[in-house]
Design a protein around this ligand. Structure first.
Ligand SMILES: Cc1cc2nc3c(=O)[nH]c(=O)nc-3n(C[C@H](O)[C@H](O)[C@H](O)COP(=O)(O)O)c2cc1C
Length: 188
């Protein structure tokens, strides 16, 4: 695809085909993700990949149950919004995707989160170029960073999950939710 078409037509995809994702496909997306810039070229990222809808559905269900409990008695407006969102019984946080990539910072170095965000977005753009949909699932980040979840997935305590990304062939490409005009302040 033309670069501008990739940028303009990437969408967060929340409905996926059953088609499994082969490891080589994820490998090639990660090979491109790590072309992202990083502070002093520190490349502080590591990637944990889960393939298979059944395994991902199980993670999704447990993340959801944990979040429901977490926001149950939280009086903040954000928790109220999350309670409403999570109350939909049909909601799968990881959208029954066939692949999950956790972009993680391998240490708590300054700027590692920024570096991982850039790698994550590069992966999302590469995926779009290969006709694959992605969605960044920020809601699940705290659950993936729990010591018990990290232990289960083999993520060291010293690493920090920054970007949980689901991946797969979309059922269809959604419409854009649109963008507000950029607020640009020309400083003279
Ligand atoms: C940091 C971050 C966290 C996000 N978390 C979620 C999430 O938990 N669940 C979800 O469905 N979408 C999530 N999204 C996707 C956004 O809702 C989406 O990017 C936005 O609505 C714009 O739509 P587009 O990506 O199709 O342009 C997240 C996106 C980002 C960048």
């Amino acid at each position: 695809m033309e670069f501008r078409d990739v940028l303009q037509n990437r969408r967060s995809v929340r409905e996926y085909q059953d088609t499994p994702i082969e490891p080589q496909i994820v490998q090639s997306l990660i090979d491109e993700a790590i072309l992202a810039p990083s502070a002093v070229n520190s490349q502080p990222w590591e990637f944990w990949v889960v393939l298979g809808r059944q395994r991902i559905d199980d993670l999704s269900d447990r993340a959801k149950a944990w979040l429901v409990e977490k926001v149950a008695h939280d009086p903040t407006a954000e928790a109220g919004y999350q309670r409403q969102h999570l109350a939909r019984p049909e909601l799968s946080l990881l959208y029954h995707a066939p692949a999950l990539v956790l972009v993680a910072a391998k240490s708590f170095e300054k700027q590692s989160d920024e570096d991982c965000c850039l790698a994550a977005f590069s992966l999302m753009l590469s995926a779009r170029d290969s006709q694959l949909g992605t969605c960044w699932i920020g809601l699940t980040r705290p659950w993936f960073n729990l010591p018990a979840t990290k232990r289960e997935l083999g993520i060291p305590e010293t690493a920090s999950v920054v970007a949980p990304l689901v991946l797969g062939y979309p059922k269809e490409w959604p419409e854009t939710p649109g963008r507000n005009p950029a607020a640009i302040h020309w400083v003279r």
